[in-house]
Design a protein around this ligand. Structure first.
Ligand code: SF4
Ligand code: SF4
Length: 290
């Protein structure tokens, strides 16, 4: 069973829910697919048993010995990735470079070559409640969802090899390619939302995506007590769409304390109300099955 925990935007508490679901009694495979901002490895400190390079497109590199400084490439680059530096040498802004290769094609001196962006990685190893696979996208490298696919393929393989029936996926926020890659083919999608106007808007957008993919979708309202009026509106929306709200989680500083202590809330405060709610949520999903 694959459960993807997602949210329409960052900062809703998605990762703390994923961490809690990953540290209940049952051993699991935890796949951190939030490759732009992977953070669960910081809490769980998994061993590194395998590492793979992810090639995230290409970047332009200038051969300054060949470059005549004509400036043609700068005027053609639509991504503002090229400029003259203080010494009037062509400088490449790697973050802006889209790898389109236009500059390399039009350079009269053949002074531009394309090199692969190879700083992003996928890791897999063991953590204290099973196996963990995660991706780390290097700053400025492109997240087209391919690294997420790589993490998910590896997660399925490792889960099978280790007889782990449950895969918990911590998905990226938003509704872009990486999210689509995180939820394609999963058995359950859990949308974590907060009771704010923007949270409600993001929930609707996210549900539109999971609905298109025909996924069994659940909702967790985090910090529901910060605005009980909007929480009720969220519940009403969910009822209208036939989505079950798994839990209304109250604001609790213990969640942050748990993270500071490199623990999930279910490890840090196993008898707390939140831990009980997460346990119940998992049971509901599990009972529903595939
Ligand atoms: S087009 Fe080629 S020769 Fe002209 S500035 Fe760019 S790199 Fe240099
Ligand atoms: S590869 Fe494309 S985006 Fe990158 S510097 Fe060249 S023209 Fe600009």
């Amino acid at each position: 069973m694959e459960i993807a925990v997602i949210s329409g935007k960052g900062g809703t508490g998605k990762s703390f829910i994923s961490a809690a679901l990953a540290t209940l009694k049952e051993k699991v495979l935890l796949a951190d697919c939030d490759v732009d901002a992977a953070n669960l490895y910081l809490i769980f400190e998994p061993t590194h048993e395998d590492e793979a390079i992810y090639i995230a497109g290409e970047s332009a590199v200038i051969d300054h010995k060949k470059c005549s400084r004509c400036g043609l490439c700068i005027s053609y680059c639509r991504f503002d990735a090229l400029s003259f530096d203080k010494e009037h040498k062509v400088d490449v802004n790697e973050t802006n470079c889209d790898g389109c290769r236009l500059c390399a094609k039009i350079c009269p001196e053949k002074a531009i070559v394309m090199i692969q962006n190879d700083k992003s990685r996928m890791y897999s190893g063991t953590f204290r409640n099973g196996k963990m696979v995660y991706g780390r996208l290097a700053p400025g490298e492109e997240n087209s969802g391919k690294l997420v696919n790589m993490v998910r393929d590896k997660a399925k393989k490792v889960a099978k090899e280790n007889n782990l029936d449950t895969i918990i996926i911590d998905g990226p926020p938003g509704i872009g390619c990486a999210v689509i890659s995180s939820i394609t083919g999963v058995d359950h999608a859990v949308i974590v939302t907060e009771p704010t106007i923007s949270g409600m808007h993001d929930l609707k957008r996210t549900f539109e995506v999971t609905d298109k993919f025909n996924l069994k979708t659940w909702v967790i309202i985090n910090k529901y007590d910060l605005n009980e009026k909007i929480s009720k509106e969220v519940e009403q929306y969910c009822r209208g769409k036939n989505i079950q709200v798994l839990a209304n989680i109250a604001f609790d500083p213990g969640v942050v304390q748990a993270m500071v202590n490199k623990k999930s809330i279910t490890e840090y405060a196993p008898n707390s109300v939140i831990s009980q709610q997460i346990e119940n949520a998992f049971q509901k999903i599990n009972t529903h099955g595939k």
